[in-house]
Design a protein around this ligand. Structure first.
Ligand code: FAD
Length: 397
């Protein structure tokens, strides 16, 4: 089996231009920002600049103004965008909008694409994806889904509570997962609904204070109380929501990895620069063995994470669900990125925890990635179960 992981020349060029744009336009603006949370004005300014540079929404098809990048193409470009916390927002490839665009492109009707995907791809509105619920509802185990949707004469009525919904406040629409058959604990029976902003049955109950700050709109708790939606608000088929969630979650896991890999590289660049300049104990920091070990370990983590991402992307591009590869890639990458940022901060000494370099901020931003898109423990559990099943089926042959 031949696996070619090198990007096409057009993709390599897009990645190079993205890197230049991030260096020349996004990073200077990021440095000027007082808070890690970008404002609507900053979003507009950055997105206008990315549009003018021909870099906007590269993942969607040309009919929506993008370059139609496949997953391997996204790996090259999103890593460059992710070198800055604001790069993905500038290119309109930030979570959760990027994952929602992917889902809408794959599942929505033509009419839904016009109404939701087109303005989302253009950056005219934002979106959110509402799956997680406070206990005892859906979290690591989506089958615990408790939010319900009941049929009415004109459509559906949704009732339930969601939390940690990124970007919910100010989103133009929400993709809400609700149970349409069975009960909590059942493996099927979920449906996705497109709920417009302004629906009187959907309210932001509160903003949740979290360790991270850079995701646009923060993370909110949402209440669905007699939330009426028409029949054409159903995304895909009724009761097929868990299947569509896999359409979104596998690739979305990998695109998160790509963006955070950019931050890991940025952290490593700060550390190696410091190690090359700082003198102590009669030598440069970078000449001391223990610092070299940290630098080498981070190089290994970055290279291995990139390799695993590309391997999973290659499978996804072949139409494979890539459940095992995306789980392995996500688990390794989320932990590797944390290690790289942590080592980089250590190499910089007190400077590392200061506001003079962004490493403390990076650390806060990457830590939650070991929890969302499936906690490391959930993925390890699933990875081990697949390995055990494989062994059992080999023995049965
Ligand atoms: C910053 C952030 C943004 C988020 N954005 C969104 C969003 O936009 N939309 C959305 O729907 N959700 C979002 N989430 C929620 C996220 O998807 C959930 O937090 C995640 O699925 C875990 O669910 P939980 O928090 O309920 O943890 P629980 O399900 O309560 O799990 C708690 C812990 O149990 C352990 N665990 C889990 N499975 C196993 C296992 N099999 N074996 C052993 N231990 C295990 C893990 O350590 C896990 O952290 C976000 C979360 C965060 C932190």
């Amino acid at each position: 089996m031949t696996v070619d992981l090198s990007p096409e020349p057009a993709v390599a060029d897009l990645a190079r231009r993205t890197a230049q744009f991030v260096r020349e336009v996004v990073l200077p603006l990021e440095k000027r920002q007082r808070s890690a949370a970008p404002s609507e004005a900053v979003r507009r300014e950055l997105q206008d600049a990315a549009r003018a540079a021909g870099l906007f929404a590269p993942h969607v098809g040309p009919e929506y103004g993008g370059h139609g990048l496949d997953m391997r193409g996204r790996a090259a470009v999103f890593e460059e965008a992710g070198y800055s916390l604001l790069g993905p927002l500038a290119l309109n490839v930030a979570a959760p909008d990027e994952g929602n665009m992917h889902l809408l492109e794959a599942v929505a009707t033509d009419q839904q694409k016009e109404r939701y995907l087109r303005p989302l791809a253009a950056g005219d509105l934002r979106s959110c994806f509402a799956m997680t619920e406070p206990a005892p509802g859906a979290g690591s185990d989506p089958r615990a889904l408790a939010t319900r949707a009941e049929r009415t004469s004109g459509g559906w009525r949704i009732d339930g509570r969601k939390w940690f919904i990124t970007g919910a406040d100010g989103a133009g629409f929400t993709i809400c997962m609700a149970r349409t058959s069975g009960s909590a604990g059942d493996a099927g029976g979920a449906t996705m609904f497109l709920v417009d902003a302004g629906n009187p049955g959907m309210k932001v109950a509160r903003h949740i204070e979290t360790l991270d700050e850079s995701m646009f709109g923060g993370h909110a708790e949402l209440v669905f109380d007699t939330c009426e939606v028409p029949d054409d608000a159903v995304l895909g088929e009724v009761d097929e929501g868990f299947r569509y969630a896999q359409v979104r979650l596998g690739p979305a896991r990998m695109t998160h990895c790509m963006r955070w890999l950019g931050i890991a590289r940025h952290a490593q660049d700060i550390a190696t620069r410091r190690a090359g300049e700082r003198e102590l104990f009669g030598s440069r920091l970078g000449e001391l063995g223990m610092v070299q070990q940290m630098i080498a370990d981070s190089e290994i983590d970055i290279a291995a994470a990139r390799g695993l991402i590309l391997r999973a992307c290659w499978e996804l591009d072949q139409g494979d669900p890539a459940a095992q590869s995306t789980a392995i890639g996500k688990t390794f990458c989320a932990e590797a990125v944390w290690r790289v940022v942590d080592r980089s901060l250590q190499i910089c000494g007190a400077l590392g925890v200061s506001g003079d370099v962004p490493l403390g901020r990076f650390l806060r931003e990457v830590r939650p990635f070991r929890i969302y898109d499936g906690p490391s423990e959930t993925h390890r559990w699933a990875i081990a179960r697949r390995a055990l099943r494989r062994q059992a089926s080999e023995l049965a042959r």
